[in-house]
Design a protein around this ligand. Structure first.
Ligand code: PRT
Ligand code: ZN
Length: 287
């Protein structure tokens, strides 16, 4: 049995739970429990505050953890191994200043001696000091965006996703310090062979889910005379499957295609004569 630590509630929780469920693992949510055991896979899910996850994984209380790179990099647990980028909870840690302050991009000297409010002192200092600016860090554990407005700081360094929090607090984003997403981390401690096999199985499933998300199953109908052109347009993994339709002179073309590449050729496919195009999600893909 392995144990994985995920966030109990908050921005990471839903996608972490969804990922495990998409891997076919059945378990109860965090509503009442701190620890829940999966019904059909040798794994226990430990629900924690995200800030505590690196510590628990570092100490081996959990073998794996799902956490934002922003939280991970702010800790001093240098031996924690990132075994998979998970592609969700994407955000960036950015420097922001009052919107009317003049700032030229790349002029990091601007921040020298400035008071910067942040929950990420290590990342903020590391970024600026390597660019020859020594800031005065004002540590705040939350509501960082209000600091300049109340005279507590000259700038902030905080997480941004849409940017609307900055705008509504009269701030503008001027430099990106760190790009973040959720990652799967592994304990630096010794892991038994049995546990290693379970972790390998879990990663195999995660990769199948991730690949499935990148690709779509495409079905379309076309006159036989158009099939060669359509085959050359479809950026599929292998050559497409071509099946005759009941209506003579027509065929159905099936292929697995990267979604973003598919949208680039959609107009050309239609011009070539493709009709009744279906784009179907793939739940899991094993190559
Ligand atoms: O209770 P617990 O300690 O577990 O949760 P928390 O309150 O510390 O964290 P939570 O749930 O807010 O965020 C968890 C993780 O989600 C973060 O560590 C990031 O990795 C990731 N994440 C992704 C974000 C955001 N996007 C985000 N936008 N975390 C915080 N924000 C905040 C930001 O701090 C700012 O206040 O959202 C605001 C900005 O959002 P926009 O859309 O207005 O730019
Ligand atoms: Zn937190």
């Amino acid at each position: 049995m392995i144990r994985i630590a995920i966030q109990k509630s908050g921005r990471l929780n839903e996608d972490s739970v969804k990922l495990l469920k998409e891997c076919g693992i059945k378990f109860e949510g965090a509503d009442r429990k701190l620890l829940s055991r999966a019904e059909n896979f040798p794994i226990e899910i430990l629900y924690l505050r995200d800030d505590d996850i690196p510590q628990y994984v570092n100490d081996g209380v959990a073998d794996l953890g799902v956490v934002g790179q922003n939280v991970l990099e702010e800790t001093d647990f240098n031996n924690l191994e990132t075994i998979k980028k998970l592609g969700f909870s994407k955000c960036r840690l950015s420097l922001a200043i009052p919107k009317d302050t003049i700032y030229n991009a790349g002029n990091f000297k601007f921040f020298d001696g400035k008071r910067i409010a942040t929950s990420y002192p290590k990342l903020t200092k590391g970024f600026l000091e390597s660019r020859e600016a020594i800031p005065k860090i004002e540590f705040l554990s939350g509501s960082v965006e209000i600091a300049p407005g109340i005279g507590l700081s000259d700038a902030i360094c905080d997480l941004v996703s849409t940017g609307s929090t900055l705008v509504s607090n009269g701030l503008k984003e001027v430099e990106t310090v760190f790009e973040s997403q959720a990652v799967l981390i592994q304990t630096p401690g010794k892991i038994s062979e049995d546990k290693k096999n379970i972790i390998t199985d879990l990663i195999f499933r995660i990769e199948a889910v991730q690949k499935g998300k990148d690709y779509k199953y495409i079905l379309l109908n076309a006159p036989n005379s158009a099939i060669e052109t359509i085959k050359s347009l479809l950026p599929g993994m292998k050559s497409p499957t071509i099946l005759p339709l009941a209506e003579s002179g027509w065929s159905s073309v099936h292929s697995v295609v990267k979604e973003n590449e598919f949208w680039k050729v959609i107009d050309k496919l239609r011009l070539a004569g493709a009709q009744g195009i279906l784009v179907v999600p793939i739940e899991k893909m094993i190559m």
